[in-house]
Write a protein of this length. Structure first.
Lengths: 583, 222
């Protein structure tokens, strides 16, 4: 830009210079010509007066011309009326005859016509432009005689040359000065602009805190101020966007639900930590395809469906790996101006809810069934008795009543267990906290179950409790725990098997182990055996007279005593572990 | 022009890979469902599983066609050629696994009609290991993870041992009580199918190692 300004200025100067130059040149030339002409005219007038006095004979013309030429310092020519040159200060008398007839000369004719004539002609003899001025002599002896003065314009040329040099030189100097000053000035403003540009580029590269120093008053100063304002606004804007992004990030990170955003081709663009947890992903996910993250067919089916129909959909997904989970998935297509940009999916882990629902359903179903069965039997037999069997078949009647009693008893135990469980769960049960000998309790329970164990040819060994430390518990409830555990063990151990009870101290706790050599509990059922009414093998358990609540009661009692209960099992037997507080 | 073709080629390779993995996902579901239909005595699920095998077969045909098309039209070389040929093999292994699951489901249907011989403890445990092997083999394929694939190959022997153990137990069962023979035989078959599924998982793992390292480790110890 500097160059453009300088070039413009230079061109203007040159143009102006050229205009002035040519005008002055011509003006000067005209002026000088006019001056010289006038000078010659004046001299011609004077010369005429002299000639009028001195020239009596035409033959004197030559010497007069010479004299006049010397005095006036110009070429003097006297021309007769017929054009013959009578005298010339530059030509000798002898050579006069060689001269042309001058009648045709323009200045001569003009002099005769108008009283004065001038012209400029190139002279072969003198090899320069000559200025001729002619006036009529008005001689009595030759009324048409003309006096002509001539000067070479070489002086004019010299003057002109000098003028050209001076003017040219001045112009050149002016041009140089202009260029120099122009350069200085533009450099100064260019440097300011450069500085502003440099800082602007730094701001553009991200150093948003930088500001341009402002020189007050100059145009560049204004620019600087505007630039600074812009930088400030950009900084603020970016700050707002960054804060917004942080807020969204925090929300996404804190959410319990998994979020996934993918483009229409199935490439994942965004996930949150909850999503990673749900699908057990450690590596980078953004940029990978959906199929790389999960192979679940239903996931891909839903994705393809949402992309095709552009409709939201909600559905439950059953994940199998890494764990069994039920996930409520909400798919939303991302539309921008009618163009599908991708898909957002929200995953909500409802496994626990479904589990609880199932447990509740199972429980209600189980309770109904458990209560109905004995009631049905009781009603049936009672009906039979009322129908006449009481009188007609007294022995059978007695048996029937016995059956009614047994089932009523069963109903009683069931309802009793349910009540116990309910009390345990609501916390209304009052429990003592005493130092109790494990062996004593075990012995008592053993005596209760002895017959049953013998009938089934299962041995019970409680010797492992003889040196066991005392525990802090409620005696009645602890007895119930042992009863339930040992009863189960006997029930699920085939003939010839054994049940072993032992205990040892573990810091401030006592760990009791009830081990059997039974058929074991399948891995799938193991976590659920402490649930109410949960049965591994429903048919057999009910036949044995179990209520399905035994282990649930054990769990609640142990937990209320501040302990823990757990179980392990293989195909060759099960072990139940109870920890209690040491007394 | 070459760029356009190569990006189309890449897209076609990617489609084969994605479909292969989807087929893998469906097979994984089949394994889970066939075992669940047995353990939970869910005959409706068993029927569903048997019907589902048709989808697996259809995918085998689809992927085969895509691979052959790629070989014929694009004539891939080096790593891409290895990939396509191995994809063809993996598809076969997956389809076989599907068949085995359908067979398990068929046996489950029959077993569900009768009383349960004994609580299913060892079969589900074996099935978990087998499903894990299939899952890890496919995960190794996704990640190009040769060490995991090698581990799958090594751990195949555990499944073989479980199978032998179960067969011995069932033999004792049958000898003690001849009435259990039919049910025991079916459980035996299921165990064998599971063992075969594990072998297919090992095949897939070997393919993964071949693809990643260019080493053919079939029929040798890893």
């Amino acid at each position: 830009m500097k160059l453009k300004v300088m070039a413009a200025q230079l061109l203007t100067l040159l143009f102006l210079g050229a205009a002035i130059y040519s005008y002055l040149d011509r003006a000067l030339e005209r002026y000088q010509t006019t001056e010289v002409t006038q000078h010659l005219v004046n001299n011609a007038g004077l010369a005429r007066m002299v000639a009028a006095r001195q020239l009596h004979e035409l033959s004197d013309a030559s010497s007069l011309a010479a004299t006049l030429g010397r005095e006036i310092k110009a070429r003097v020519t006297i021309i007769a009326g017929d054009g013959v040159v009578l005298g010339d200060s530059e030509v000798t008398h002898r050579d006069l005859a060689t001269l042309d007839n001058h009648a045709g000369r323009p200045e001569v004719r003009a002099a005769l016509l108008r009283g004065e004539g001038s012209s400029v002609r190139y002279s072969e003899t003198l090899r320069t432009d000559m200025l001729y001025v002619a006036v009529p002599l008005r001689l009595a002896v030759d009324p048409r005689a003309v006096l002509r003065l001539a000067l070479p314009l070489s002086g004019l040329e010299a003057a002109k040359r000098e003028f050209h040099l001076v003017l040219g030189g001045t112009l050149a100097l002016a041009a140089l000065l202009l260029v120099f000053l122009s350069y200085l000035l533009t450099r100064a403003s260019a440097r300011s602009l450069h500085a502003v540009a440099a800082i602007a580029s730094r701001i553009g590269n991200g150093e948003l805190g930088t500001r341009v120093p402002v020189e007050k008053g100059s145009e560049v100063g204004k620019l600087a101020r505007v630039l600074n304002e812009m930088a400030l606004r950009t900084e603020e804007q970016l700050g707002r966007i960054s804060a917004e992004k942080n807020r969204l990030d925090t929300i996404l990170r804190g959410m319990g639900e998994g979020i996934m955003v993918a483009d229409p081709q199935g490439v994942i663009t965004l996930v949150n930590p909850a999503f990673r947890g749900l699908f057990a992903i450690q590596d980078e996910v953004e940029g990978k395809q959906l199929i790389d993250i999960s192979r679940h067919p239903a996931l891909h089916h839903s994705f393809r469906d949402v992309i095709a129909t552009r409709q939201e959909r909600v559905e439950e997904l059953q994940l199998h790996s890494p764990k069994e989970k039920t996930v409520l998935t909400h798919w939303v297509p991302l539309l921008e101006n009618g163009v599908l940009q991708g898909v957002v999916a929200v995953f909500h882990d409802i496994s626990d809810i479904r589990q609880l629902e199932k447990m509740r359903r199972d429980f209600v179903a189980n309770v109904s069934h458990e209560l109905r069965t004995p009631v049905t039997v009781i009603k049936g037999y009672a009906e039979t008795l009322l129908g006449g069997a009481l009188e007609s078949k007294p022995e059978q009647a007695a048996r029937f009543v016995g059956i009614i009693f047994a089932h009523a008893d069963r109903l009683g135990s069931l309802i009793g267990d349910l009540l116990t469980l309910s009390q345990l769960e609501s916390g209304t049960l009052v429990m003592e906290s005493r130092s109790i000998s494990l062996h004593g309790i075990a012995e008592h329970v053993n005596s209760l179950l002895e017959q049953k164990a013998r009938d089934r040819r299962v041995s019970i060994d409680i010797d492992g409790l003889t040196d066991a430390p005392a525990v802090l518990a409620d005696p009645g409830r602890l007895e119930q725990v042992f009863l339930n555990l040992l009863d189960n063990a006997i029930k699920y151990t085939p003939a010839g098997g054994s049940v072993t009870v032992s205990a040892h101290a573990e810091e401030d706790r006592v760990r009791i182990v009830v081990q059997d050599t039974g058929t074991g509990i399948p891995p799938r059922d193991l976590p659920r055996i402490f649930e109410r009414f949960y049965r591994v093998d429903s048919a057999r358990s009910r036949d044995e007279g179990g209520t399905g609540l035994g282990l649930a009661i054990v769990k609640h009692i142990v937990q209320l005593l501040g302990g823990t209960v757990s179980a392990e099992s293989t195909g060759h037997g099960s072990s139940f572990f109870v920890t209690l507080k040491r007394a | 022009m070459k760029d356009h073709m190569s990006s189309q080629f890449d897209a076609e390779l990617n489609v084969i890979r994605a479909r292969l993995l989807e087929m893998g996902g469906k097979v994984e579901i089949m394994i889970a469902n066939s075992m669940r239909s047995l353990v939970e005595r869910d005959s409706a699920l068993a029927e569903q599983t048997i019907a589902f095998d048709r989808e697996i077969n259809a995918m085998e045909i689809e992927i085969d066609e895509k691979c052959l098309y790629l070989l014929a039209r694009r004539q891939p070389a080096a790593r891409d050629l290895r990939f396509v040929t191995l994809a063809l093999k993996i598809v076969t292994d997956l389809e076989r696994i599907g068949d085995q699951c359908a067979s398990i489901a068929k046996h489950a249907l029959e077993l569900n009609r009768e009383a349960q011989l004994k609580p299913y403890i060892d079969l589900p445990r074996m099935a978990d290991v087998v499903a894990g092997a299939v899952r890890e083999a496919l995960d190794a394929f996704v990640r190009g993870d040769a060490p995991t694939a090698a581990r799958v190959c090594r751990e195949d022997r555990f499944v073989d041992e479980l199978n032998e153990q179960l067969q011995r137990e069932l033999l004792t069962f049958m000898m003690e009580d001849p009435a259990t023979v039919e049910r025991a035989m079916r459980i035996n078959s299921i165990s064998k199918y599971l063992e075969r599924i594990a072998d297919h998982a090992t095949n897939i793992a070997e393919m993964v190692i071949f693809l990643v390292e260019g080493k053919d480790i079939r029929h040798s110890k890893v």
